[in-house]
Design a protein around this ligand. Structure first.
Ligand code: URA
Length: 458
């Protein structure tokens, strides 16, 4: 088999066999297939798509490039959450310790910044000492002792996704349903979970801007999960503006700490709690969503969630003392406000441009080996529907480089559209795809067509 022939086959829109996908993916992990061939392969998938069968094969190859973690020695349900990616989307940092404080085991394998969106691992690494590259044994130990551990893909766990993820980020091949579905589901299945809640973003700051595309992505992931006997619930949620107020890395951690102490912004709290209720319900810790909501709000207010966050930080090598200093020490001192050009209501925020602005400031990467500047980012001072006056601040930018500031400022100015009439504010949560949702539809859940995924786990 030759890489060139397989790439050409996909480039021309033909279906690949399991062996062909395996040849490229396993060869890439072993450094037998070069980056440039895989970059071309990714672009051919981006342009031609993959059939469901190919997506399942790709997911299998990503999973079997490493180990599937066995968490059976830990009592209780293991439930995780994953977002398809957004701007200011810091939910995982709050949610994971929050639900763990109520008894859910959360084995979380997360990602770094991707495209115009931020990454959970980069955000956590803005805490001095925090380690996201742990061995499987340490991962299991932490879940047993604290109930939660957040790591990235490693040499042991989905190493193929680790390499492809960075390559997709640097080659603009992120926005593809089969690539997103296989990337997310491979990590999640490999983590050893029982059930999963997916936050599938839709809107101008999501990888899939169109609602129906977001539904298709959710269904593909549910289909893959069901094929592996995992319960998967997917929420379709809004990404037409940054979530919460802070965007960046240290900036977002500071907002998470406030949220874990019961002082978070409404949209971040509402989304976190809603996803959390589904996790509690899947774990059978609450009977219904209303009780779950109450328990979660209480844990945010009474310090239980923050306590678990601190334990998680310490277990992963982070400096507990640094957390209280982050607001003053971890965020760049150079700050300037972007002002509104006219008065009116915030009508539209182009969230793709907002995310790109954060990347250009240094919060994300252009090339694979770029170093992140954890101290840069911005605070969103005007959200959709807000009434603002002429020259009132829209955004406060934290920066370290004048040239990068100028580019980010120009993108942010362009992103905001102010109108004279109050505008429509999109709902935060559009749809929940769970068993009830499928009960409502005539076709029922998508049926998994391949038995091969099931067979890997025996
Ligand atoms: N999160 C992932 O892990 N992978 C993607 O492709 C997108 C979001």
């Amino acid at each position: 088999m030759y890489g060139k022939d397989i790439i050409r086959k996909k480039r021309d829109g033909n279906e690949l066999s399991k062996d062909e996908i395996s040849f490229l993916i396993q060869g890439y992990v072993k450094d037998e297939i070069p980056d440039y061939q895989i970059a071309a392969f990714l672009m051919s998938i981006y342009l031609q798509g993959l059939t469901t069968k190919e997506t399942v094969f790709l997911t299998e190859e990503l999973i079997t490039s490493g180990k599937v973690i066995d968490l059976s020695s830990i009592p209780g349900k293991k439930i995780d959450k994953h977002s398809t990616g957004g701007v200011g989307d810091k939910v995982s940092l709050v949610l994971a310790p929050l639900v763990a404080s109520l008894g859910v085991n959360v084995p979380m394998i997360s990602g770094r910044s991707l495209g115009h969106t931020g990454g959970t691992l980069d955000k956590l690494e803005s805490i001095h000492g925090f380690q996201t590259n742990l061995s499987v044994d340490k991962f299991i130990k932490n879940i047993r002792e604290v109930g939660v551990c957040i790591i990235g893909q490693t040499e042991e766990i989905t190493p193929a996704d680790k390499k492809l993820y960075s390559l997709r980020d640097a080659t603009s091949t992120v926005e593809s349903i089969p690539l997103i579905a296989s990337s997310i589901m491979s990590k999640k299945i490999a983590s050893g979970l029982d059930s999963l809640v997916l936050d599938v973003k839709t809107g101008n700051g999501a990888f899939l801007k169109d609602f129906n595309q977001s539904i298709s992505l959710a269904k593909q992931m549910i289909e893959i999960g069901k094929g592996m006997q995992k319960d998967v619930v997917a929420l379709i949620t809004d990404m037409n503006q940054p979530l919460g107020k802070m965007v960046g890395n240290a900036t977002e951690v500071v907002e998470c700490i406030e949220t874990l102490k019961g002082e978070g912004p409404n949209d971040l709290v509402e989304l976190t709690v809603t996803i959390g209720t589904h996790m509690l319900k899947l774990a059978k810790i609450c009977d219904n969503l209303d009780t779950g909501k109450e328990m979660l709000h209480k844990a945010l207010k009474n310090g239980k969630a923050y306590e678990t966050f601190i334990k998680m930080v310490i277990q992963q090598g982070g400096d507990e003392g640094y957390l209280s200093e982050m607001k003053n020490k971890a965020i760049s001192k150079n700050a300037r406000e972007v002002l509104a050009a006219n008065d009116g209501y915030v009508n539209t925020i182009d969230t793709y441009k907002m995310g790109t602005a954060a990347r250009i400031l240094g919060a994300g990467r252009d090339k694979i080996n770029d170093k992140i500047d954890h101290s840069v980012g911005y605070e969103v001072l005007a959200k959709l529907g807000d009434r603002i006056g002429h020259k009132q601040p829209l955004v406060k930018i934290f920066y370290n480089d004048e040239n990068r500031y100028n580019q980010a400022e120009s993108l942010i100015k362009d992103a905001y559209k102010i109108s004279s009439e109050p505008s429509h504010i999109p709902p935060l949560i559009y749809e929940v795809l769970d068993d009830k949702y499928y009960g409502k539809t005539s076709s029922g859940p998508l049926k998994f067509s391949s038995s091969s995924l099931v067979s890997i786990l025996g």
